[in-house]
Design a binder for this molecule. Sequence first.
Ligand code: KG4
Ligand code: ZN
Length: 355
Amino acid sequence: MTLVLGIETSCDETAAAVVEDGRIVRSSLIASQHDLHEEFGGVVPEIASRAHAERITPILRGALKEAGVERADLDAIAVGNRPGLIGSLLVGLSAAKALAWALGRPLIGVDHVQAHLYAPLLEDAQGFAGLTDAEAFPALGLVVSGGHSSIYALRSPMDVERLGRTIDDAMGEAFDKAAAILGLGFPGGPALDRLAQTGDAGAHDFPVSRIGPGSLDFSFSGLKTAVLYAARGKPRREGGSTVFERDASELSEKERADLAASFQRAAVDAAVLKLGRAMERVEGARSLLVGGGVSANSALRAALEGFAKEKGVRLGLAPMRYCLDNAAMIAGLGSRLLAEGRVDDLSLRAAPTGG
Ligand code: KG4
Ligand code: ZN
């Protein structure tokens, strides 16, 4: 049996997990910082790093305790070391290095975005059993989160090629911005999802960005502007500042729900359109692996189910606890890297870019 401890601190979740044999989640603890960043309408890097530093030790202890594992039982320490906020990444990486050094175990740097694609292959005691390698690969991959909107071709969990990405906002960022326009707080994706359920998705004909005819890239900035203008009217310059015809608070509940539903439809249509194009490029694809916070979206989940059915591929959609940022996905992919001997030493660095 191989036991790997995973550590995740790339953004605003401090997480640790123990995974057995690359698949079975023995524990997965997540301390979210959403409450600390809410009043600023976005993640404040300095606050995030400080909160990680305060929380990492109790979270690590808790993950080991819940898994019923002693530190000495661990075979390796896996850590998300890219991409992310540099100050946040460094907290997790330092903890991982300290443990790896103290225990004399291998250290494994894991790409956070590739780890999101591994989440659908996990299994846990709460009844989730993801796809096996034989069911999953070759695979088409989609990661849609607050920081990423990318499409991948995967020949194995470690052999990942990016086919397309956003040229401006990430899909989750677009949800958060649209939610902010509608006055729904931060992060607004989940609130927009709920509001959209009572709206008419056909009320506004918002643009679905295609970019070029064969492009697999995303663009969400045009959609965001379209929502802004539909919600607040055309802007004009007045005394050096931009003034809108109305405030979003003047909209009725029905109007706001229609805007939310129409925005969501355009965003989901864009994802399905690009996945359709990408499918042609992944020969013999057996599955569609999906990760990242936006995969919680009810309309996207329904659309992906339809897409997978139509294309005759299995849909690898993890439960929410593994779609959002977590350390089980880091430990899982870390175990697979360990099995291939792809380990790092204590000179491993944190990198803000990757994926
Ligand atoms: O994966 P994640 O927790 O963090 C990043 O790695 O970025 O994703 C967070 C993003 C946020 O933008 C949040 O608004 C979005 O996922 N999100 C949703 C939903 N739940 C979370 N977006 C749309 N609908 C949802 N139900
Ligand atoms: Zn993430």
